[in-house]
Design a protein around this ligand. Sequence first.
Ligand SMILES: [Zn+2]
Length: 267
Amino acid sequence: MKRMALSLMAISMLVGVANAQLKVNTKAIGAVGKGVKAATYSDADAARDAAAGVKWMDEHNPVADANDPYAVRLNKIFGKHKSEDGLNLNYKVYKVVDINAFACADGSVRVFSSLMDIMSDDELLAVIGHEIGHVRNHDSKDAMKAALTRSAVADAAGSQSGVASALTESQLGALAEAMMDSKHSRKQETDADMYSYDFMKKHGYNVMGAYNAFMTLASLSEGSGAQASKFQKMMNSHPDSKQRAEEVKKKAQKDGLWKEADIKKIK
Ligand SMILES: [Zn+2]
């Protein structure tokens, strides 16, 4: 299994914004753009620009093809939610070692195979629900705006329509990287967690999956070694995993959906 093709992207994703190597890539693009005018940047703009960034990522990362067991499994889990909550969603698996998943403003959700390796179907549903929540709450649009500014293609994007299609290969790469580097606020993360819980409940899924998903993430942050430390840094922008699990527990108990027996045994 490969690392993500864009190694800088993978690193920035794991380590965060303040990364020396990230600068190298940004420098290649030029000065930072002036930013995107908040008032005029629409959902459609965000969808268009996100689609361009995702297209680049799909072309530069090992996407599981339709017959790949990972793709078959994700299709089984995600297939019935393509039109969730009025959204138009699409999904793929990246066969990479990084443990992550992300959603973009155009409704693209990408799940990494290494995350699938450590999570049950119910846990993955909770992650998917969380990502859909980001799209539904327009967090992905905010993230897209920030990514455009950081990737220095904002000037171009602000000055003409359909500009994403006119970006050069390296500009698209920078845009993709900035998208991966986008952090949501804690409030956005908490809201997405709430959305995820409601998503599980609404569809009659086992909400213990949400609890177990957060406990799995918590276990990854524990321990020592380079992998744990990378993961801790990545999770810095999120509320504490155990706290997130506790929130699920409170809701589940209130709803009568808490099942002690379904708590995952984590080694
Ligand atoms: Zn999130």
